[in-house]
Design a protein around this ligand. Structure first.
Ligand SMILES: *[C@@H]1O[C@H](CO)[C@@H](O)[C@H](O)[C@H]1NC(C)=O
Length: 334
């Protein structure tokens, strides 16, 4: 009886602290040797990964997700943003093709209008209209409210990010209108957060331990007295500070991408990748120093090493798994 009461209390405590929330993993597909969508979904399930992000509507992947319950962040390709912004009809047709046939059998949670759109172009200033047209199209299809529409941004949409409390949205300044809109719809801002690149580019000021969730460093933000023990929290709180200055403090931040490469460049090793990624996973469901009561939701990059990703060698070594589905290093997702 006592054991049972303790069990109930334990479950309640887990629910109340948000500790049951599991991790998301980005399902990048820039490779010619990746497993079938069915095998990929089976791997997510067998590892207890509850959420997936895809960068564009791949109908075969969505078909494989049907009935799985896996929460899906569905991306709008950057190349489609101008068209969606320009016409309500094209937004309606996007929803008819990519959402209506799948929802709710596929558990679409967010639609992300673009990923890391180049900041100083016409596409960036079209994101908000594309979001609004998609929202109207979802409402017309009877599925508004359940699927939140947002956009995925790089951390360089903010400037002055050290100390975190000083951060503001950078110019050209299309972000404030977006975040004010998110405040009215209740959608989160999706942000790609990479302590790896910050560390790689500034090893003089940033310690590896601080960047990889290892103990030993504390950084005090003199703007508000908050103390940081890891770079990830400092980066997320810089976004929180920018949202506050843009008068949208209620907007939740969801980390839509984060990761650390296991090979191919500076500080890219199995040991660092494992420490960093396990640190993020263990952090999910908990808050940051600035928002201790806001449970973190995060999507790690990426499920597989992708052999056709362009750029530096590290880009092809962010995966948790080889295409053979064997793990690159041990990691516990839940
Ligand atoms: C959809 O995914 C979200 C996020 O993982 C989860 O909380 C919710 O329970 C899922 N819904 C269903 C019907 O499985």
């Amino acid at each position: 009886m006592l054991a049972r009461a303790l069990l109930v209390i334990g479950v309640l405590a887990t629910i109340l602290t948000g500790g049951v929330q599991s991790i998301g993993v980005c399902n990048g597909m820039i490779g010619n040797d990746l497993p079938s969508p069915q095998d990929v979904v089976q791997l997510y399930r067998s590892k207890g990964i509850s959420n997936m992000r895809i960068y564009a509507p791949h109908s075969d992947v969505m078909e494989a997700l049907r009935g799985s319950g896996i929460g899906l962040v569905l991306g709008v390709d950057n190349g489609d943003i101008l068209g969606l912004a320009a016409s309500q009809a094209s937004a309606a047709s996007w929803v008819q093709t990519n959402v209506s046939p799948f929802y709710p059998g596929v558990n679409i949670t967010y639609i992300s209008v673009g990923n890391e759109v180049q900041q100083d172009g016409v596409v960036a200033t079209s994101i908000l209209s594309a979001m609004q047209n998609l929202e109207a199209a979802l409402a017309a299809a009877g599925i508004s409210g359940h699927i939140k529409v947002s956009t995925c941004v790089r951390l360089d949409v903010i400037t002055n990010s050290f100390p975190p409390s000083m951060a503001t949205f950078a110019k050209p300044n299309y972000m404030p209108n977006i975040v004010l809109h998110l405040a009215t719809t209740g959608a989160p801002l999706l942000v790609n957060v990479y302590p790896y690149f910050a560390y790689r580019d500034n090893q003089k000021d940033i310690s590896l331990n601080y960047a990889t969730f290892q103990p030993g460093t504390t950084v005090r933000d003199d703007g508000n007295g908050l103390v940081y023990t890891n770079l990830f929290d400092a980066m997320v709180d810089a976004i929180h500070a920018a949202l506050e200055k843009a008068k949208a403090p209620s907007v939740r931040v969801v980390v839509s991408e984060s990761g650390w490469p296991s090979a191919g460049g500076t500080a890219a090793s199995v040991q660092n990748a494992q420490a960093y990624n396990q640190g993020v996973i263990n952090h999910v469901g908990k808050g940051t120093p600035k928002k201790p009561d806001e449970p973190l939701e995060a999507y790690l990059f990426a499920m597989f090493n992708e052999n056709q990703k362009p750029g530096e060698l590290t880009e092809r070594n962010f995966g948790f798994f080889y295409p053979s589905q064997s793990p690159v290093y041990p990691i516990t997702f839940k």
